[in-house]
Design a protein around this ligand. Sequence first.
Ligand code: GTP
Ligand code: MG
Length: 198
Amino acid sequence: MKITAAEFVVSNSEISKCPAPDKPEYAFIGRSNVGKSSLINMLTNNKKLAKISGKPGKTQLINHFLINQYWYLVDLPGYGFAKIAKTQREKWERFVVDYILTRENLLNLFVLVDSRLPPQKIDLSFMEMLGENRIPFSIVFTKLDKLSSTKAQKALQAYKNEMLKVWESMPPIFSSSSVSGHGKEKILNYIEEINRTF
Ligand code: GTP
Ligand code: MG
């Protein structure tokens, strides 16, 4: 699939103000700074669509982007960022979790993990929460350009080994680089496949 049109629709912290749930929707989640907004820009060939920053905590709201007039990409705030006030953090973690658990047209959540890091507890427990709530998700290993292919292979295997201690089987796994564009075709084809089921 090729993306020929991508436009910003709305940002908010209330599910009731999100666009009507009448189109297929895909959201991106993961630790702050993992590259969620960058991946959305890479997939849509638009460096200015989602706001990115070298400092974690940039995306603070639920951001809807309409793609090819037919489906939504959603940029979410990251989790695990210590430097914002605890009360504020709890407030937005709540609305992000509410969004994930109640958004009826959310067909797949992409959980982004930094391919340079060993499996992080915060990501593993987040995915366990998704599993318990039967939220369909896949994993994207980001920033692949920062690793040699041997190291990337090893990191991926280590991640699988860790997850298979808890999971019976692995969810779909992708890898990406917002610098080289690696992963674009596979991720978009996967979305296209799921769109057909809507
Ligand atoms: P929050 O909105 O704060 O939760 O962060 P985010 O997950 O949206 O991350 P964002 O896309 O803003 O990127 C964070 C930093 O990582 C920026 O400096 C990006 O340029 C950098 N970055 C993101 N993706 C990649 C990638 O694939 N490769 C490299 N080398 N850098 C990346
Ligand atoms: Mg962001």
